[in-house]
Design a protein around this ligand. Sequence first.
Ligand SMILES: *[C@@H]1O[C@H](CO)[C@@H](O)[C@H](O)[C@H]1NC(C)=O
Ligand SMILES: *[C@@H]1O[C@H](CO)[C@@H](O)[C@H](O)[C@H]1NC(C)=O
Ligand SMILES: *[C@@H]1O[C@H](CO)[C@@H](O)[C@H](O)[C@H]1NC(C)=O
Ligand SMILES: *[C@@H]1O[C@H](CO)[C@@H](O)[C@H](O)[C@H]1NC(C)=O
Ligand SMILES: *[C@@H]1O[C@H](CO)[C@@H](O)[C@H](O)[C@H]1NC(C)=O
Length: 187
Amino acid sequence: MLSHLVSGAILCLLASASGFVPRGAPGVDESFGLYAYGESIGGLSLFYADGKAFIGDPSNSTSSSAIPVSFKRSSDSSSTEWIANPNTTTTTNTTDRWCDELLYIPSSSSSSYQMGFTSKTESNETTTGFIFYGQWVMVETGSGDISSSFYVKASTEGEGIYSLLWNVTDDDSVISISLRSVKPSNS
Ligand SMILES: *[C@@H]1O[C@H](CO)[C@@H](O)[C@H](O)[C@H]1NC(C)=O
Ligand SMILES: *[C@@H]1O[C@H](CO)[C@@H](O)[C@H](O)[C@H]1NC(C)=O
Ligand SMILES: *[C@@H]1O[C@H](CO)[C@@H](O)[C@H](O)[C@H]1NC(C)=O
Ligand SMILES: *[C@@H]1O[C@H](CO)[C@@H](O)[C@H](O)[C@H]1NC(C)=O
Ligand SMILES: *[C@@H]1O[C@H](CO)[C@@H](O)[C@H](O)[C@H]1NC(C)=O
């Protein structure tokens, strides 16, 4: 299996080999959505349900709190936290009121792979290290490694809904994906 730890230099090589020209990452004050791309996953959007991150159409979710999410990078340029809010330009009704939650990946101390949103600091949830390479999402770990170990797994929460997972090492039913800030061209 290919290591998910990639250096900037290797990324540049990959980029030029595939003819992919990285476009700009969203600016500091620009809201952006995130979309998953992978085998049979063609740009499904990231949404919120019950504090967790899912991929798919939130209107297909069985959760009453399912809602599309828009992100902003922290205005503090030294911060690598991404601030999530409900995307209020959509009409989806939700019973769950929240704002300014931080996207997290489970820390190595967590027994979970599930990514989600939090308003408080928990040692088992890492909210820092989110960076863009062009429009591709990467995570820089404390040791300086840059990784994009994003996976999805079909969820029972509704048709075409997947859980968004991080660094899954022991489950063959997951699908490796990339997360990007660019919408699929057909939507
Ligand atoms: C918010 O939702 C609208 C409608 O689906 C979409 O066009 C827009 O890109 C979304 N905005 C963000 C920042 O995700
Ligand atoms: C959302 O749903 C709740 C309960 O079903 C309802 O009371 C409320 O009026 C709805 N809000 C909107 C904006 O549709
Ligand atoms: C972190 O710990 C809290 C409290 O025990 C728990 O509710 C939460 O699900 C945990 N998060 C992860 C990602 O393991
Ligand atoms: C949402 O559900 C409908 C049927 O219930 C299905 O046809 C559609 O493909 C689903 N949307 C996605 C994005 O999977
Ligand atoms: C992924 O998990 C393995 C062990 O399960 C751990 O050694 C490694 O540091 C993790 N990598 C990232 C990028 O979180």
